[in-house]
Ligand binder design. Structure first.
Ligand SMILES: NC(=O)C1=CN([C@@H]2O[C@H](COP(=O)(O)OP(=O)(O)OC[C@H]3O[C@@H](n4cnc5c(N)ncnc54)[C@H](O)[C@@H]3O)[C@@H](O)[C@H]2O)C=CC1
Ligand SMILES: CC(=O)C(=O)O
Ligand SMILES: [Mg+2]
Length: 370
């Protein structure tokens, strides 16, 4: 198959869809790979290193889109990219369609086959292509919170771990999945007082065991969320209902009861965010303030550490990408985990939670592929 890797164009997005090491695997399996010039610059991978791995370097994204049967990216296609997609072309990348009707319409119109990393599943019920970036974003969330808590950044002027004799920051994590767990690890490591809320009791049990008493766990009801958020210095939003828009768990009205200079890190912003007042920001201008509460809502947090993130992402995407390259759409039909990743096929939305969130018709894959 002809595989294409354009350079990422989202603001301050430095990751790359395929590392030179991944290209080598595709080429060894008999595929050809076109990489846009400088696509790997953000991770220090030169065009020459891609050539050595067997790629052909082309000078423009236009050439990549025109010549490839499958496009492998990181972030959701931007408007200038989705107009270049076409029927019978596979797009393999993050999409986050639920809060993004314009992109959804663009992909529907293109007729392409769009597989979303974030809804591909594994045999344990996990999301193997979301998990590595959730690990990164969870860990970064506490760094972001630490920066925003600084007085000159508008924060309360609090050191996360405190010092002997002075209490540390109180960090509340809503959603104890991959992001939440990794955020909690960092927060605990810095000496914060940490509470994790989740709606899954089995998950709360696992967290209780994992942290051996170093975090408090709490079942997530409206009352519990209110009590914890009002007492927090930092709230990390880390909930997910796969494919769907994130539930809004903290309302605008609640902000006035939060501490001035406290910080919200809404990692779930790529699914629309779980705070009513969140709106997506970029690494160029990551925070804004509402009612004295600093909001950090960057939708591509792992893009800030592309060297770590591109490797972690490629480790996870490689077997799925190779299956697609080897078998084409048949791989989607025969592998239930890739099938779960299919969001758009020949002009139809094939993921129910996405269609429901967008208020658009849903077509089961069998129907769409018939
Ligand atoms: N902004 C960014 O750059 C990035 C954002 N993300 C996003 O972070 C979010 C979380 O991802 P993961 O941790 O991988 O998901 P996950 O599926 O591992 O964990 C989500 C957790 O939320 C819990 N949950 C669902 N509804 C809840 C509610 N009403 N109250 C409390 N808990 C609830 C679930 O039980 C689950 O434990 C996703 O939206 C993901 O796309 C992930 C990576 C990067
Ligand atoms: C998961 C995601 O949105 C990201 O890595 O940017
Ligand atoms: Mg994102």
């Amino acid at each position: 198959m002809k595989i294409g890797v354009p350079k990422e164009i989202k603001t301050h997005e430095y990751r790359v869809g395929l590392t030179p090491g991944a290209v080598r695997e595709y080429v060894a399996a008999g595929h050809s790979v076109s990489v846009e010039a400088n696509a790997g610059a953000g991770i220090g991978a030169t065009d020459d290193s891609y050539r050595k791995s067997g790629a052909t370097i082309v000078s423009s994204a236009r050439e990549v889109f025109a010549s490839s049967e499958m496009i492998v990216k990181v972030k959701e296609p931007q408007p200038s990219e989705w107009v270049q997609l076409r029927e019978n072309q596979i797009l393999f990348t993050y999409l986050h369609l639920a809060p993004d009707p314009e992109q959804a319409k663009g992909l529907i119109k293109s007729g392409c086959t769009a597989i979303a990393y974030e809804t591909v599943t594994d045999a344990d019920g996990g999301l193997p292509l979301l998990a590595p970036m959730s690990e990164v974003a969870g860990r970064l969330a506490i760094e972001a919170a630490g920066a925003a808590l600084k007085r000159y950044a508008g924060g309360r002027g609090l050191l996360i771990g405190g010092v002997p004799g002075v209490q540390p920051a109180r960090i509340v994590v809503i959603g104890g999945g991959v992001v939440g767990t990794h955020a909690a690890r960092m927060a605990v490591g810095l000496g914060a007082e940490v509470t994790i809320l989740d709606r899954s009791i089995p998950r709360l049990r696992e967290l209780d065991e994992l942290f051996e008493g170093r975090v408090r766990t709490r079942f997530s009801t409206m009352e519990a969320v209110e009590e914890e958020v009002f007492a927090a210095d930092v709230v990390v939003g880390a909930v997910l209902v796969p494919g769907a828009s994130a539930p809004k768990l903290v309302s605008r009205g609640m902000l006035s009861s939060m501490r001035k200079g406290s910080v919200i890190v809404d990692v779930a912003i790529d699914q629309g965010g779980c705070f009513e007042t969140s709106r997506a920001t970029t690494h160029a201008d990551p925070t804004f303030e509402v009612e004295g509460v600093i909001h950090y809502c960057v939708a591509n947090m792992p893009g800030a550490v592309p060297l770590t993130s591109s490797q972690a992402l490629n480790n996870a995407t490689l077997p799925f990408g190779l299956a697609l390259a080897n078998k084409g759409f048949a791989a989607v039909l025969e592998n239930p985990h890739l099938r779960a990743g299919l969001n758009v096929y020949r002009g139809r939305l094939t993921y129910k939670a996405v269609a429901d969130s967008l208020g658009l018709p849903f077509s089961p894959i069998d129907q769409a592929a018939a």
